[in-house]
Write a protein that binds this ligand. Structure first.
Ligand SMILES: N[C@@H](CCC(=O)N[C@@H](CS)C(=O)NCC(=O)O)C(=O)O
Length: 272
């Protein structure tokens, strides 16, 4: 997701500003007073949402805060996220730096809180590897193309090309789900794993944007992705909460005119 960046290729690092206030240190100090780590996150961020899922689902003692405008400061880069992004997890005493990359944070939370039995496939190295493959495909291929959904592109052709790429990558995930043939979820029949948790917020975001602003359906020709999306919400109140947060944040973008501002027009929704 993006904040006020006009073009997907513009490096956020170029727009860093020095800050007068040592807000991160103050935040770390606040956190150290009650020894609570802080997860920097915003509701619309599909990457952050998979970390929030684990926090909510287990009532973990982690504060969730928005970095606001500080995200593009040198101090944030130094102390929170070296590339000026979210999500990032900061430990109370800042002893061993911070942690970023949503999958790394998610896996850390699982390890730290002994949640392996809950979210990882059991007794099969192959399923574990497939679970990680979903996350890798999501992080390296699918989401790399997503800025075309909500950011300015130089030309209409560039947007069209990006949308086609994004759809191809959704098709690849659909194929992977068919290969796993587990019914609804990604790698296990009866267990929500980190593969499902990584896909859920991204599907929620794309489904809130693509039909309305790009006239394209996420689920129309992708029944396996649709089944995963529905099944997660049927099984997990946390999934419903995450979907509500992401959809609500997209609505706030709409209310703020974000899509019209980048030249898009509301389209007749395509069938789901
Ligand atoms: N690979 C990273 C991606 C993080 C990412 O791109 N975060 C977005 C929010 S969803 C962000 O911070 N965008 C603002 C920017 O790049 O300036 C992860 O998995 O955490």
């Amino acid at each position: 997701m993006a904040f006020s960046v006009a073009h997907p290729l513009r490096s956020p690092l170029l727009s860093r500003r020095p800050v007068r206030h040592s807000w991160v240190r103050r935040a770390a100090w606040r956190a150290s007073a009650d020894a609570t780590p802080v997860l920097y996150s915003v509701p619309v961020s599909n990457f952050s949402a998979r970390c929030r899922y684990i926090v909510y689902d287990n009532d973990l003692p982690i504060k969730i805060e928005s970095p606001g405008a500080q995200m593009k400061t040198d101090e944030y880069a130094k102390r929170v996220h070296k590339f000026g992004k979210i999500p990032a997890l900061v430990w109370p005493d800042g002893r061993c730096g911070s942690l970023w990359e949503s999958q790394i944070i998610t896996e850390y939370l699982v390890d730290k809180h002994g949640l392996q039995d809950k979210y990882l496939p059991q007794g099969s190295a192959e399923k574990l590897a497939r679970m990680r493959l979903y996350a890798r495909v999501h992080d390296l291929y699918l989401t790399q193309t997503q800025p075309v959904l909500y950011r300015q592109t130089a030309t209409e052709q560039e947007r069209e090309h990006g949308l086609q790429q994004l759809e191809q990558r959704l098709d690849i995930l659909e194929e992977m789900l068919a290969e796993d043939d587990t019914g609804s979820l990604a790698v296990e029949r009866d267990r929500i794993t980190l593969a499902d948790i990584c896909l859920l917020p991204t599907l929620a975001m794309y489904d809130a944007i693509m039909p309305v602003w790009h006239g394209r359906s996420v689920f129309g020709k992708r029944p396996r992705l649709h089944a995963l999306y529905r099944e997660m919400q049927q099984r997990s109140p946390t999934a419903v909460r995450i979907v509500d947060e992401v959809r609500g944040a997209v609505r706030a973008w709409e209310d703020g005119g974000r899509f019209e501002n980048i030249g898009l027009r509301r389209q007749a929704p395509s069938p789901a």
